[in-house]
Design a protein around this ligand. Structure first.
Ligand code: HEC
Length: 116
């Protein structure tokens, strides 16, 4: 009986150790699920997080043309590998839909919760 318990504990430790090691080596503490859902989210997430957190992307709100400029800048200035036509389209569609320009400045982004 005792031996069986020890065995189980050992097996448990062996099983948990790799899971913990993997967690310790996770390069980013972000995952695609944290961001606005939509077609192309995972592709966009992994294309951009090769270099920086996706929060840097998600905190922007831009038009499609501005997103396009932004990606071109990543390619030109930061050495991002160019996306092929299909991926580029998917990434742009996602960014345009998920992170459009915010309400114009002046309205201040403040929404009165009582106004209806
Ligand atoms: C090859 C590396 C690389 C890749 C891939 C990359 N970026 Fe960047 N990006 C950078 C660097 C370097 C900066 C500037 C340093 C910083 O602010 O962290 C930056 C900054 C930015 C900024 C902030 C610009 C500003 O004006 O503050 C945005 C927005 C951005 N990237 C969007 C993207 C998007 C969208 C993708 C994916 C489609 C992407 N990046 C992929 C390297 C990259």
């Amino acid at each position: 009986m005792m031996q069986r318990l020890v065995w189980l504990a050992l097996a448990g430790a062996l099983w948990i150790a790799p899971a913990m090691a993997q967690q310790a080596f996770t390069p980013r503490d972000e995952s695609p699920e944290e961001f606005v859902a939509g077609a192309g989210r995972n592709e966009t997430f992994y294309a951009c997080t090769a270099c920086h957190g996706f929060k840097l992307v998600a905190q922007q709100g831009m038009t499609r043309a501005q997103w396009e400029d932004s990606i071109n800048l990543m390619i030109r200035r930061h050495g991002m590998p160019p996306l092929d036509e299909k991926d580029r389209e998917m990434v742009l569609n996602y960014l345009e839909t998920a992170y459009p320009p915010r309400a114009p400045a002046g309205r201040g982004g403040f929404v009165n919760p009582f106004a209806k």
